[in-house]
Design a protein around this ligand. Structure first.
Ligand code: NI
Length: 169
């Protein structure tokens, strides 16, 4: 296992639509291990492969509710159902130091392959539903800031530019 460097807002790899993974081999399993280690260390509750500079359609999620680990691996995830509405504060490991209330669906159903290559369908509500949406967005080259109102987005971009000058990025 190894910690990987998390790439930050402004890096073009975060804007890439990640191509589907073809086969699960040793390299992919190592990558998944590294992604979990990097996510837990950050600490965070979700990490997409392009956030560590690898443009592959793969994400890991673990809400770690009550301090208990419940790792989820989603390969080639596809959201197939969305319901309800939420407007909660959201952050991203690629945009450290910032949070913003973001519109999301309250329930999400996702289809993917797990780390063994088996098709899985997961349903999430609340925070888990938001994680499914946030991470699949990453894999489509989207960031939560893209979902903010134009005014908020402009303000945030200016704040990020300023923040970058005095903080490691
Ligand atoms: Ni993120």
């Amino acid at each position: 296992m190894a910690l990987r460097k998390i790439v930050k807002h402004g890096n073009p790899v975060l804007r890439r639509k990640c191509p589907p993974g073809k086969r699960i081999d040793k390299g992919i399993l190592q990558l998944i291990d590294d992604m979990f280690e990097t996510m837990y260390d950050a600490p965070g509750i979700g990490l997409a492969a392009n956030q560590i500079g690898v443009p592959l359609n793969l994400t890991v999620i673990d809400l770690q509710a009550d301090g208990k680990k419940n790792p989820i691996v989603l390969i080639n995830p596809k959201i197939v159902e969305l319901k309800g509405r939420l407007f909660e504060e959201e952050g991203c490991l690629s945009i450290p130091g910032f949070l913003a209330k973001t519109r999301r669906y309250a329930q999400a159903k996702v289809e993917a392959l797990n780390e063994k290559g088996f098709p899985i369908t997961l349903k999430g509500e609340g925070l888990l539903a938001r994680a499914f949406q946030h991470e699949t967005d990453h894999l489509n080259g989207k960031l939560y800031v893209d979902r903010l109102s134009l005014l908020t987005r402009l303000k945030m971009h200016a704040a990020i530019r300023k923040y970058k000058k005095t903080h490691p990025w």
